[in-house]
Design a protein around this ligand. Structure first.
Ligand code: GTP
Ligand code: SPV
Ligand code: MN
Length: 641
């Protein structure tokens, strides 16, 4: 068996881990067990074996770049099949006013599905999983991946061990986490080591009963992504895709992570972390929570291109922040990840040249299209690839022409590469004490009504703004039509404990005396002209103009004016030099009807989904907002930007 050339690491497993491996291998019945050392040699062996099986193709153009195309039924996270299992339902979800949602799977009649996550009883779920996992790895190898979330010398880093039958997952985890023998060494340093147990299977024992589409084994009918916070365990079945299968990312660093964070007094959030240096050489760190596919990677790698000369952006992380207040009361953040699993479409020389450069080597692409000269292709690269001189093969492995109805690349196609490949990676990105955060930015895709930027009044108002975030759905999950969905703190898909308690945790963490609380903001790059349906704001590199305004506000510059929803930029305070055809009025118009409707729908959302569990501060904030909106048009609109 080619994956098992080297297996002496089995002897190095601490006894707790060995018994976990034994227990799960007895259940899953793999043909082989292989403990990953994380070496270059091992990585090469796995990539070569996958290439031979047709699971991935080697890029003809770029060094050590690989292309995977999935079964078209397995292309994104599946929120409806993501479940948190505990003893008590209320620890995870409140009972919605009008009852639970219809269940996705008649074989799981006791699952409680809500707009803020899904719950099931632990014992009941274990029975369902045991049935799925029994013999699920026959004919396959069980890989043991010891991995660390966070830098090695950081006291807040945490260890997980993922057992998986997917070599694609092993190679991706090698990019996204610090994995291998080094982590075993860490585990062996202590008497009874703690680690999060993660079990993953694609759910297709061999020989397969059905054809394996695109050499991408998966089991969509039985896909289920489960979490057991009371047992420090993650068990995921049937999908090989991103957040469903790379357990370190959403399952551990966000879902289990946020529960540990609540217990231990810190925050695990779906946020980018960026360093911003202003023209005076002053440096501050920001983090930003935008829902999936709403611009975190792009903002974290923003290229200023002298739009405002002297500004420099450096990237600490593009998806997840683990944050805690230090002894001096400063909020410090680490990026627990080691790589980027970024949205490919839209990434181009004009939007994100840093990312484009970064993915030229050592990258695994999933569901992108390919050009006849061996390059990758996706929507947004029209100006970077000479479409007259190459032909394109779509992610579905079909010939593709410009103007086709279907996209060349899947809208949720991704690149996966090492953070260290990013040319603007921050010098402190692995610093064990984390970087000091001065601004927290919320945002989402709001085609109407929500201005380009505003600043919140105080911490409680900031928590309210986070709690009431809404955004147009994207291809990052299974929702097919564009709908405005609530996505509080960009965490809807990643909440693992009762949302009311999550908000209480946020409120209380900011209440301790002596804290230097970050200021909070809300941005919306996605306003559209209702007539032309075009974006009103150019976005991407031009967002530096908003970062600049935020930076100046952190320095207490007097450039904001109070509005009913928060502080808006004072007229002329956003640097618009050399920017043409910007309708600033449309970008900052606070419309009474819109905001009254917004308040109404927030109230309905809270009543329906959180109700008695909602901290009283949130009701107060909602009443205050509604009262302020009622005052419109008392505010002097013309004073705003
Ligand atoms: P996840 O990895 O799913 O969490 O996504 P993300 O939040 O990192 O989003 P990302 O930066 O990958 O952007 C998602 C999509 O939005 C891409 O197609 C981008 O090109 C597009 N996008 C990002 N920033 C902007 C912007 O400022 N304006 C516009 N119009 N589009 C943007
Ligand atoms: C997201 O959907 O927020 C992602 C991609 O970052 S995935 O890892 O698939 O969850
Ligand atoms: Mn994300």
């Amino acid at each position: 068996m080619e994956y098992c050339a080297k297996n002496q690491l089995l002897d190095k497993l601490p006894k707790e881990l060995l018994s976990y491996v034994q227990e799960k291998s007895e259940l899953c019945k793999p043909d082989h067990i292989y403990v990953c050392d994380g070496s270059e040699e091992e990585n090469k062996m796995l990539l070569a074996a996958m290439e031979k099986n047709g699971e991935i193709r080697k890029s003809k153009k770029h060094k050590n770049c690989w292309l995977a195309t999935t079964d078209p039924r397995d292309v994104a996270r599946v929120e409806s099949r993501t479940i948190i299992c505990t003893k008590n339902q209320h620890d995870v979800v409140s009972t919605p006013k009008s009852g639970f949602r219809p269940i996705v799977d008649p074989n799981m009649p006791n699952i409680k599905q809500t707009a803020l996550g899904n719950w099931m009883d632990t014992d009941e779920m274990i029975l369902i999983l045991n049935e799925r996992f029994n013999g699920c790895m026959k004919g396959r190898t069980m890989f043991v991946i010891p991995y660390m979330m966070g830098p090695f010398n950081c006291p807040y880093s945490k260890i997980g061990v993922e057992l998986t039958d997917s070599p694609y997952v092993v190679c991706s985890m090698r990019i996204m986490t610090r994995m291998g023998e080094r982590v075993l060494n860490e585990l062996n340093k202590v008497e009874s080591p703690n680690f999060i147990k993660c079990l993953h299977s694609v759910g297709v024992p061999l020989p397969a009963q059905e054809p394996i589409i695109n050499n991408w084994p998966c089991n969509p009918a039985k896909t289920i992504i489960t979490h057991f916070p009371e047992r420090n365990e993650i068990i995921t079945f049937g999908s090989g895709y991103g957040g469903n299968s790379l357990c370190g990312k959403k399952c551990f660093a966000l879902r289990i992570g946020s529960i540990l964070a609540k217990k231990e007094g810190w925050l695990a959030e779906h946020m980018l972390i960026m360093g911003v240096t202003n023209p005076k050489g002053e440096k501050k760190y920001f983090c930003a929570a935008f829902p999936s596919a709403c611009g975190k990677t792009n903002l974290a790698m923003l290229q200023n291109r002298d739009i405002i000369p002297g500004y420099k952006i450096e990237c600490v992380g593009d998806d997840i922040a683990w944050m805690r207040f230090d002894e001096e009361g400063r909020l410090r953040a680490i990026n627990p990840e080691f790589g980027f699993f970024g949205v490919a479409p839209g990434t181009s020389q004009s939007t994100n040249p840093i990312a484009l450069e970064m993915i030229k080597e050592d990258t695994i692409f999933t569901n992108v299209a390919e050009t006849s000269n061996g390059d990758v292709y996706w929507e947004g690269l029209e100006n970077d690839v000479d479409l007259n001189n190459v032909t394109i093969t779509s992610w579905k492995n079909q010939p593709w022409q410009k103007g086709s109805k279907e996209p060349a690349a899947h809208p949720n196609s991704r690149f996966c590469t090492y953070a260290s490949r990013c040319s603007i990676i921050d010098p402190n990105w692995e610093s064990p004490e984390g970087v000091p955060i001065e601004a927290i930015i919320f945002g989402g895709r709001r085609p109407t009504g929500v201005p380009l930027v505003y600043e919140v009044f105080d911490w409680d108002h900031g928590v309210f703004v986070g709690a009431t975030m809404r955004s147009e759905s994207t291809a990052a999950a299974e929702f097919t039509n564009k709908q405005i969905m609530n996505d509080p703190f960009a965490m809807r898909p990643f909440l693992a404990y009762n949302f009311g308690q999550y908000l209480s945790h946020w409120l209380s963490i900011g209440q301790k005396p002596g804290l230097k609380l970050p200021k909070m903001f809300h941005v919306n790059w996605f306003l559209k002209d209702p007539i032309t349906n075009q974006f009103l704001w150019p976005g991407f590199g031009e967002n530096i103009r908003i970062i600049d305004w935020i930076f100046r506000r952190l320095n207490n510059e007097n450039c904001a004016i109070k509005s009913p929803i928060g502080y808006l930029p004072e007229k002329g305070s956003i640097n618009l030099t050399n920017l043409k055809n910007i309708n600033i009025n449309q970008l900052f118009h606070i419309q009474k009807d819109f905001w009254l409707k917004e308040c109404k729908s927030i109230r309905e959302y809270f009543v329906e989904n959180v109700n008695d569990d909602l901290p009283k501060e949130m009701w107060t904030q909602l009443d205050l907002l509604e009262n302020r909106i009622q005052q419109i048009p008392a505010i002097e609109r013309e004073k705003c930007a």
